[in-house]
Design a protein around this ligand. Structure first.
Ligand code: GLA
Length: 367
């Protein structure tokens, strides 16, 4: 059921506004955003919807279906406290708006989602941007799309405590169909790059869930910070390909982590050129190199993901495949010939299920 119908059914009156925001898949540029580098995400046709109506008091009542929990949860504006599970994403938005001097009212909200949580498809960013869009319309807040992305990012990194970069919030707020968003996360300059019609995207969820707020992601960030201190640079963005010989002198695993970030930034720039030229063979080769770098240097892949990648690459009609998102589980993206996307996806899913006993999900093309 759509969010507005659920809202009406559960709260007994119609919502004032309905807003939504997309999940994303990252074409290339992984673990570069918090190093002030380049990213190239694409918005998915899978979206999170929020139906909302302001209240006259300072209470927030929010429920969700197809996402996190059915029954509505309640809290009071002004006394948000982290540690309440998925409600932290909602509390994070209201606490951050308040901190930025925005005068809020309480509200009732119902959330529906087609972005699976824990699949590396940025469901949390989609949720927070969709909620911010609903609040912006309902309360006529003077916030542009970039401001929404920054607020969602602040809420997730400071309130929820997952020290993520800003890629996911930017694509949730600025993404449009059939384009990739090329972002320089240092300046936040962004540009849409049209996806050629000859490029099909396949996204498969491994079924192995990840959790950013849990240690691994933050551990990678800390390693990058330690490497910056040793190299004497403000961010790994400041390390060029030509500096790699100096990087080799770092202790392991910092050397490997830096090598990934530096080569991945270069791959994003190459990928933008390849995309504009419609050079899918080149784009595929960059994806394969990106996956190898994530697996061997950044150590964010897991055996299940490597198996999916191997199965994808054995298929004729696949240009390249890689782990997408934060890693430690989640999803893969494969670049394929559009007409063969579904049949290739179904074969990979079946072969993986047979080999591992776990049934992955074909998320794109949507079943
Ligand atoms: C997660 C984070 C992003 C980014 C990716 C890895 O999705 O939310 O900011 O760091 O991991 O590229």
């Amino acid at each position: 059921m759509a969010a507005w119908a659920m809202f009406q059914a559960r709260f007994g009156y119609p919502p004032a506004v309905v807003a939504d925001a997309p999940g994303r898949v990252n074409l290339i540029g992984e673990h570069t955003d918090y190093n002030e580098g380049f990213v190239l995400p694409v918005a998915l046709p899978l979206r999170i919807e929020v139906a909302l109506a302001p209240r006259d008091d300072g209470r927030v009542r929010v429920g969700s279906s197809g996402f996190l929990a059915e029954s509505p949860r309640i809290y009071q504006l002004g006394v948000e406290a982290p540690g309440a599970g998925w409600l932290d994403y909602i509390q994070g938005v209201t606490a951050t708006l308040h901190q930025q001097g925005v005068r809020l009212r309480g509200f009732d909200a119902w959330i529906t989602s087609r972005v699976p949580p824990g699949s590396g498809l940025a469901s949390s960013a989609a949720l927070m941007v969709a909620l911010l869009r609903a609040l912006r319309t309902a309360l006529a807040l003077p916030l542009d799309d970039l401001a929404l992305a920054r607020l969602a990012h602040q809420a997730e990194s400071q309130f929820v405590g997952a020290r993520v970069g800003i890629m996911d919030q930017l694509i949730a707020s600025l993404g449009t169909p059939d384009t990739a968003l090329f972002v320089d996360t240092r300046s936040l300059a962004w540009e849409r790059v049209v996806l050629p019609p000859t490029l099909g995207l396949l996204v498969i969820d491994s079924g192995i869930a990840h959790q950013h707020a849990a240690g691994d992601y933050n551990a990678r960030r800390a390693e990058c910070e330690r490497a910056c201190a040793l190299l004497g640079v403000p961010a790994l963005r400041d390390v060029a390909l030509a500096d790699l010989p100096r990087v080799e002198a770092l202790p392991s695993p910092l050397r490997e982590r830096v090598r990934h970030v530096v080569t991945e930034n270069a791959r994003v720039l190459d990928a933008v050129t390849a995309l504009r030229a419609g050079d899918l063979a080149r784009l595929g080769a960059l994806c394969r190199a990106s996956h190898a770098s994530q697996r061997d240097d950044y150590a964010v892949s897991v055996p299940a993901i490597d198996l999916l990648i191997a199965l994808a690459e054995a298929e004729p009609g696949v240009y390249g495949a890689r782990l997408t998102g934060g890693g430690f589980g989640g999803a893969i993206i494969a670049l394929v010939e559009p007409a063969r996307a579904r049949s290739i996806g179904e074969r990979i899913v079946a072969a993986y299920a047979q080999r591992s006993g776990v049934c992955p999900r074909l998320l794109l093309p949507a079943p």
